[in-house]
Write a protein that binds this ligand. Structure first.
Ligand code: NAD
Ligand code: UD1
Length: 352
């Protein structure tokens, strides 16, 4: 298939690119680098050995989105492009609504006008808010606790309405739990532009010496060791699920909403210990107050994805930590490696 990855230069998008190319698809990336670096494209060329088809595009630019779809043909779009920082979304809700929701509306309009029949959408476990019980199934009540979460829920709903209005349009909502880890090459990984708010990138920056210590938010949760429990999933397992979801939309010709997690809850403390073991580094920490809005325990029931897609997570927490550490230790300051790579970006890209 010829597949467009909107937001494909980001953390999950670039890993998914490698899997789709490996499976023989023709893949194009569109991004505005709001939260990513053009140097990702040079790394992707290095990993895949082929120039990376790229189009600079801001999803908020409706005429730009329309014009791009008017001249290109795609069999499917994977839509990663969104702003994703929960705290920032509380400070700037309208920017989040404009970027995430308007951007999705413009994308769907352009796809319909151009007759692109399939969409895979990056949703999130955030749509479950603080779940009543774990493991969380797809039919659990949906409720959101912040503007970022609201954009994900609204986008799922509007994609559902478009599917109902057009019986030939097919969409997959993939509800990611907590993506971590990196490509086995050490060339691709998570590179937060600000102070990381998520746990794994923070641990990585402590281990590599960029930050003094981890602050563990809450040691008094009703969990086995008192720290918060989440469902961390290796980004390469997640990437593979996108390829499987695309196959499902083509072969089964049905819409899909599935959790993507391992089904195993890991506590903050367990992750810290696993990381220290994988990296042979100390991860100094202190336990501080809970972070407002955090649930004690969130992990997926991934049975539906296994049943419908034949997909299950294969990489365990040790692999997640080992790969995250390889990436961080090879790239202590992320993609900001300097001029040599900047010069390489132009050569690595074929503009579409
Ligand atoms: P990311 O920020 O690394 O990637 C998103 C990409 O979209 C970036 O390259 C960014 O530049 C681009 N983008 C943002 N707004 C854009 C716009 N208006 N036009 C063009 N490009 C734009 O984030 P990620 O971790 O790779 O997440 C990908 C998707 O998965 C997002 O939709 C996110 O909400 C969702 N998600 C992420 C997580 C997570 O923990 N990483 C969890 C659940 C869901
Ligand atoms: C957060 C977001 C959620 C988003 C998800 C994946 C909030 C309230 N929720 O969820 O919307 O979908 O990321 O991007 O921000 N922790 C620490 N110290 C840290 C960072 C985290 O102890 O410095 C703890 C947290 O309290 C939590 C666990 O680590 O128990 C995981 O945190 P995080 O990586 O932020 O993910 P979520 O809380 O699941």
């Amino acid at each position: 298939m010829r597949i467009l990855l909107c937001g494909g230069a980001g953390y999950i998008g670039c890993h998914t690119y490698t899997v789709l190319v490996e499976r023989g698809h023709q893949v194009v990336i569109a991004d505005n680098f709001a939260n990513s670096s053009p140097q990702v494209l040079a790394r992707l060329e290095q990993v895949t050995g082929k120039p990376v088809p790229f189009h600079p595009l801001d999803m908020r630019d409706r005429p730009g989105v329309d014009a791009f779809f008017a001249r290109q043909t795609f069999d499917a779009v994977v839509h990663f492009a969104a702003l994703k920082a929960v705290g920032e979304s509380c400070e700037r809700p309208l920017d989040y609504f404009e970027n995430n929701i308007s951007g999705t509306i413009y994308l769907l309009q352009a796809m319909r006008a151009a007759g692109v029949p399939r969409l895979v959408f990056s949703s999130s476990a955030t749509v479950y808010g603080e779940p009543e019980s774990v493991p969380v199934r797809e039919d659990a009540p949906l409720r959101v606790t912040n503007p970022y979460g609201r954009t994900k829920l609204v986008m799922e709903e509007l994609i559902g309405d478009v599917c109902r209005a057009d019986p030939h349009f097919r969409a997959a909502n993939l509800r990611y739990f907590n993506p971590v880890g990196a490509h086995a090459s050490g060339l691709l990984g998570e590179d937060p532009s600000d102070t990381p708010s998520n746990l794994m990138p923070y641990i990585c920056q402590v281990a590599v010496g960029r930050r003094e210590k981890l602050r563990i938010f809450g040691g008094d949760y009703p969990t086995p060791d008192g720290t918060g429990v989440r469902d961390y999933i290796h980004v390469m397992d997640l990437a593979r699920a996108h390829a499987d979801a695309l196959d499902y939309l083509v072969n089964e010709d049905r819409n899909l909403t599935v959790n993507l997690g391992t089904g195993r809850g890991i506590s903050v403390m367990e992750l810290v210990h696993a990381f220290a073991k994988a990296s042979s580094r100390e991860v100094p920490y202190e336990i501080v107050d809970r972070r407002p809005g955090d649930a004690a325990e969130v992990y997926a029931d991934p049975a539906l994805a296994q049943r419908l897609l034949g997909w299950r997570a294969e990489l365990d927490v040790d692999a997640m930590c080992r790969d995250a550490w390889r990436w961080q230790s090879m790239n202590p300051y992320g993609y900001a490696a300097g001029r040599v790579e900047e010069d390489r970006v132009e050569e690595a890209v074929s503009l579409v």
